[in-house]
Write a protein that binds this ligand. Sequence first.
Ligand code: BDR
Ligand code: CA
Length: 320
Amino acid sequence: MRKIPVMIDCDPGIDDSVAIMMLAASEKTEIKAITTTHGNVGLEGTTKNALALKDFLGIDCVVAKGAAKPMIVPLKDASTVHGVNGLGGYELPPAVSVAEKEPAWDVMYRLAKEADGEMVLVVLGPMTNAALTIMKYPDFGKYIKRIYMMGGSRDYGNHSQNAEFNIWGDPHACRVVLNSGIPITMADLRFGADYCFKGAELKEIFSHAKKLKPMLDQVIKHDHQWVKFAEAKAGRPMTYDEIETTVYDSTAAACLLLDGDCLETEDYYVICETQGTETEGQTIFDYKGHFGKEPNVQLAVRMDKEKYFDLIRTAVAHFE
Ligand code: BDR
Ligand code: CA
């Protein structure tokens, strides 16, 4: 079976790292490139983490640095969620590999062209690099089979009332990508929340790790910070085992790996708000056909939870 060539555009990031592990461990996919963006932490940090992960996991691919800031809006980060180093405080062994001299957009275009129309792009952070590639190379879409993205929200956001973090991080870039005509499968915030883990489930899944054990132990330790929020919401004492925890980017990797298996999607025309005073970065789903446009997104709505959990279990156990 020919492996699916994949480029991962990301901001590692704890959940980005889990998604990279899944795609590196799978027999279905071959990672051709990891490209980095501003996002969870600054570009220097996400690139350092991507290079360190590539070496630690033994992935044979290029790493290329992308955009240090969004197209128009001010730079934000999510270091409160991912820790100041982006990996929940865990320090991977320093990388020997170095980033390509070419920027992400040139690498993405070159590799996509070489892949005979089979290249899949997985976007796990703000969509700046994808948008810049589309703008610099108007025929880029011809060479991309599908984009699997974590981002957007069909209802409420996580970094503002309406916006999910990746889209809020660069709404203009999201708009470019949604308008590009490239087939898109979207794992939105709701999908990630629908497939969250109980703390005890995540601990069990991560307990299969060998080489990754120290890193994943630290992720769990870092994750304990959410207990007090869960307690405030529930109004009672709670343990880590019973709180719900999300690993958003892993759901986009799961969409790719479970497509044609158990993934169910619904087609929508989706556009991103870039001008709203309170709604910047909101992804608007045209539920009623108001815009009169053809669907541009397959929204992930269901998958087999056990198969998804098992993808992560198998991935963490894969690295020895
Ligand atoms: C997204 O935001 C980031 O913090 C995560 O890595 C994920 O890509 C979830 O909203
Ligand atoms: Ca991410």
